[in-house]
Design a protein around this ligand. Structure first.
Ligand code: HAM
Length: 423
C-alpha cells in the first residue's frame, strides 16, 4: 500500500489511458477548428464572485460544490467548476469582440472541480471540452452548435445518444412561468423533499431536476416552460427545431429539462446515453443571453455547451484508438556496436521513428525480451560479427523474417521502411 494515495474523486491518467485522451483531444481540436472555433485557455483559479454571479447563488454548484478558499491576500478564490463564466470573463476583459469581431467562437479543454459525492461517472476533478459562441442570437447558431456537438460524437463513432432539447424562456416570460410552477408545487410542499422546499422559494425551476423519486413523480405533471414562452422565444425555438430537422439531427423534446446553472435562457439541451448508468449526460449546454451583461458587459446573446471527457472516453471503442507501438528496438551486442549505433538512435528519433536502444552489456535474449515487452515492430541487431561484415540484421517481429542491411545506409533504409503515416 502506497503511503500517499489519491484524494477521493480524483484520478490519475496512466499512460495507456492518457494515450486515449490524447487521441480524443486531437479529434476535438480538429473538429472544433473545422467548425471555426479558436482555442482559449483560461486559468483554473478565478475570483469566487465570478461563479456566484454567473452560475447563481441558489444552485448546488455554488451552494455546496465549489473548492473555495481565501488566498494569501484575503481574496476569495475558487477552482473553476465550469468553463463558461471564465470564457465570458476573458471575452470582456480582453475586449475580444473588438479584436476579433462578432460573433466570436471559442473552445476550451481542461479540468473542472466540483465537490460532489463521487460515484461512477462523477468525479471531483473532471475534464470538459466546451464551445461558446458569443454575440449571435440567430437560431441558426443554436443549430450550428448542435451540429458540431453531434458531429464530434459521429467522428468518435459513439452511437445510441439522445439529444434532448427544451426552451427555458427569457426574462420576459420566465416570471410568469416561475409563478405557474410555484402555484403548481405549492399544493405538494409537504410531499416534496427538504431541498425542494427550499428551492420552492429560491429557485423553483431546480425542483424539476430533483433526482428523488417522490419529487420526480410530482414533477411529472408540472407546467413546462414551453407553454409559457413569449412570442420571441416561441419563434426562436421553432426555428431551432426546424433547423435541426433540416440537418436531420434527431432530437427529443424534453419539456421538463432544466439546467443546474442559472444563466440559461431560451434553448437548453443535454446529450444523454443509456450506457453509463445514473450519470447519463455526456454533454450539455444552452443559450445564456443575459450572462455577458450580468458580468458587466453590454447586452450580448451567447450559446455554448460542454462535454464531460471522462464520460465520452468511456464510450469510445478502444479498438478505434491507434495503438502506440515502439517501431524499432536497437539491440547492440557488445561495446563497439553500442558505440556505433548510439548516434543512429538520435537520427531515427529526429525522423519521428519511435525507437529505443538496449544496453550493450546485455545479451541478445534479454534485449529481445525488452523489445517484446515494448511491443517493438522491428528489432535491429548488430554484434561484432555484423560490424566486421558491414551488415546489420533487421528482424520483423510479427513475421519473424530477418533481412540484412548495409551499415553504410542504415539510417536511410530504416527510415524508408518504417516511415508510416504518423499515428
Ligand atoms: P454541466 O451540465 O454542469 O454544464 O456540465 C457539462 C458536462 O460536464 C456534463 O454533461 C457532464 O458530462 C460533465 N460533468 C459535469 N460534472 C461532472 C462530474 N462531477 N464528473 C464528471 N463529469 C461531469 C456546464 O458546465 C456548462 N458550463 C455547459 C455550457 C457551456 N453551457 C453553455 N456553455
Amino acid at each position: 500500500m502506497a503511503k500517499y494515495t489519491l484524494l477521493k474523486g480524483f484520478k490519475d491518467l496512466l499512460p495507456e489511458e492518457a494515450e486515449r485522451w490524447k487521441w480524443t483531444e486531437s479529434i476535438a481540436h480538429e473538429t472544433f477548428s473545422a467548425f471555426g472555433f479558436s482555442l482559449i485557455r483560461t486559468p483554473i483559479l478565478e475570483a469566487t464572485e465570478l461563479f456566484t454571479r454567473s452560475i447563481g447563488e441558489a444552485t448546488d454548484i455554488v451552494e455546496k460544490e465549489m473548492y473555495t478558499f481565501q488566498d494569501w491576500d484575503e481574496k476569495k478564490v475558487s477552482l473553476r467548476p465550469e468553463g463558461t463564466a471564465p470564457t465570458v470573463r476573458a471575452y470582456l476583459e480582453h475586449n475580444l469582440a473588438v479584436h476579433y469581431g462578432s460573433p466570436i467562437k471559442l473552445y476550451y479543454l481542461g479540468p473542472m472541480f466540483r465537490h460532489e459525492r463521487p460515484q461512477a461517472g462523477r468525479l471531483r476533478q473532471f475534464h470538459q471540452t466546451g464551445a461558446e459562441v458569443i454575440g449571435d442570437l440567430d437560431p441558426r447558431q443554436d443549430v450550428e452548435l448542435l451540429s458540431l456537438l453531434t458531429h464530434f460524437f459521429e467522428r468518435l463513432q459513439i452511437g445510441d445518444l439522445t439529444l434532448e432539447i427544451n426552451s427555458l424562456g427569457c426574462p420576459a416570460c420566465r416570471p410568469a412561468y416561475r409563478a405557474a410552477l410555484q402555484a403548481y408545487f405549492e399544493q405538494y410542499l409537504p410531499e416534496l423533499c427538504e431541498d425542494c422546499n427550499r428551492r420552492f422559494k429560491t429557485n423553483p425551476l431546480r425542483i424539476l431536476d430533483c433526482k428523488k423519486d417522490g419529487c420526480k413523480e410530482i414533477t411529472r405533471n408540472a407546467p413546462s416552460p414551453i407553454d409559457h414562452l413569449c412570442a420571441e422565444c416561441r419563434d426562436h425555438f421553432k426555428a431551432v427545431r426546424e433547423g435541426l430537422e433540416q440537418l436531420q439531427i434527431p432530437y427529443q423534446l424534453q419539456p421538463h429539462l432544466v439546467r443546474g446553472l442559472d444563466y440559461y435562457t431560451k434553448t437548453a439541451f443535454e446529450l444523454t446515453t443509456n450506457k453509463l448508468g445514473a450519470q447519463n449526460a455526456v454533454a450539455a449546454g444552452g443559450r445564456y443571453d443575459g450572462l455577458v451583461e450580468a458580468l458587466g458587459g453590454p447586452p450580448t446573446p451567447a450559446i455554448g455547451f460542454a462535454l464531460g471527457m471522462e464520460r465520452v472516453i468511456q464510450l469510445i471503442d478502444p479498438a478505434r484508438i491507434p495503438a502506440v507501438r515502439l517501431q524499432l528496438f536497437i539491440a547492440p551486442l557488445g561495446k563497439q556496436a553500442g558505440q556505433f549505433l548510439f548516434p543512429l538512435l538520435l537520427a531515427l528519433r529526429k525522423k519521428k521513428i519511435r525507437s529505443e536502444m538496449g544496453s550493450d552489456t546485455l545479451g541478445l535474449k534479454n534485449q529481445m525480451k525488452r523489445a517484446d515487452r515494448a511491443g517493438a515492430a522491428y528489432v535491429l541487431i548488430v554484434g561484432e560479427d555484423e560490424m566486421a561484415r558491414g551488415k546489420a540484421i533487421l528482424r520483423d517481429m510479427s513475421t519473424k523474417v530477418q533481412e540484412e542491411i548495409p551499415l553504410s545506409t542504415l539510417t536511410e533504409t530504416i527510415v524508408t521502411k518504417l516511415s508510416a503515416p504518423s499515428s
